[in-house]
Design a protein around this ligand. Structure first.
Ligand code: ADP
Ligand code: MG
Length: 326
């Protein structure tokens, strides 16, 4: 994130169009707002538009405005969001979802800084900086014929890529602490903190919903926690279900990354891609995680695993798993 903030500082003062790319929940809107606040337009408005949320006719009247009588129900003329962003920044969110006919009109606006309200003939000159965001691969959308190439190049003057949270794990601890302090203040519960086992779960989770998911998880956990220490059991259940295979774990399969040999009888699963694990490795890791989730309570762990307590004890002995309650 530090790297991105340095980039923002450099790009913000220029008036150039910026394309912010990243998965949902990575902080694209936050980046757009930071660009606005650090620009010479900061005193002007920041106007966000979700280009994917509305059908073609509605998004066009939203963006470009309309004249009185332009369509049924247009009783009074209205300025569109582009005009409302005068002197400020227009944030086109989910730009990859924009209907093709609207893309043509957007391109025209970007090229001559002019808008024409629906049902009007004259155009109006506007002074607006555009920042667009997408969670799609726009180049792939261009190849698939769903996104206009000319608009892509017009938007893609400067690109800021916001990586998924799982690819910048060093941010997790900082963000979690920040969100916790914020929610603790809101709940009036100073002193609430993460138990070490909880930090471990937080830092090893994959966050398909990125920072937004982490933010919600911390709020959820802080709300549920009974004492001052947040335990793994306070986290949303989805975070405690281990993912058996990494989503994009193909590097090791392709042999690009050396996979260490499994150390015999070490009691720990091998490091590296899970594709090379044996069933016993997976079973051992799963049992460990379930025990952690139930804070070492074997009765509850056995119930979740669907085995008897005696079987669980036998497996723990076999795998050398110690019963620690953290
Ligand atoms: N670096 C960050 N610091 C603090 N909060 C963040 C950070 N990145 C994202 N967030 C928060 O995560 C949530 C999702 O961010 P948002 O900008 O809406 O993501 P996107 O637009 O990519 O879906 C928001 O509540 C935002 O405030
Ligand atoms: Mg968003």
């Amino acid at each position: 994130m530090q790297r991105i903030f340095r980039l923002i500082t450099r790009v913000a003062p220029t008036d150039s169009t910026v394309l912010v790319v990243g998965e949902s929940g990575t902080g694209k809107e936050l980046v757009a707002r930071a660009l606005h606040l650090q620009s010479r337009r900061s005193a002007g408005p920041f106007v966000p538009v979700n280009c994917g949320a509305l059908p073609e006719t509605l998004i066009e009247s939203e963006l470009f405005g309309y004249a009185r009588g332009a369509f049924t129900g247009a009783q009074a003329p209205r300025a569109g969001l582009i005009e409302e962003a005068e002197g400020g920044t227009l944030f086109l969110d989910e730009i990859g979802e924009t209907p093709l006919p609207t893309q043509v009109k957007l391109l025209r606006f970007l090229e001559n800084n002019e808008v024409r309200r629906l049902g009007e003939n004259e155009t109006r000159l506007v002074d607006v900086r555009v920042i667009a965001a997408t969670n799609k691969d726009l180049q792939a959308e261009v190849r698939a014929g769903r996104f206009r190439e000319d608009l892509f190049y017009r938007l893609n003057v400067v690109t800021i890529e916001v990586p998924p949270l799982r690819e910048r794990r060093e941010d997790i601890g900082l963000l979690a602490t920040y969100f916790l302090e914020r929610v603790a203040r809101k709940l009036g519960r100073p002193g609430v903190r993460f138990a070490p086992a909880t930090t471990e779960v937080l830092e090893s989770y994959d966050y398909p919903g990125n920072v937004r998911e982490l933010e919600n998880a911390v709020e959820h956990a802080a709300t549920l926690a009974e004492g001052t220490a947040i335990t793994p059991a306070d986290l949303p259940p989805a975070m405690l279900v281990p993912r058996m295979l990494p989503e994009t774990g193909s590097a090791a399969v392709l042999g690009e990354e050396p996979v260490p040999e499994r150390p015999a009888e070490s009691g720990q699963p091998p490091v590296g891609a899970r594709e090379t694990w044996s069933l016993a490795d997976v079973e051992r890791e799963h049992i460990q995680r379930v025990l952690l989730r139930h804070r070492g309570n074997t009765t509850q762990a056995a119930r979740q695993l669907g085995i008897s307590r005696t079987t669980l004890w036998r497996k723990m002995r076999e795998y050398g798993i110690k019963r620690k309650s953290r």
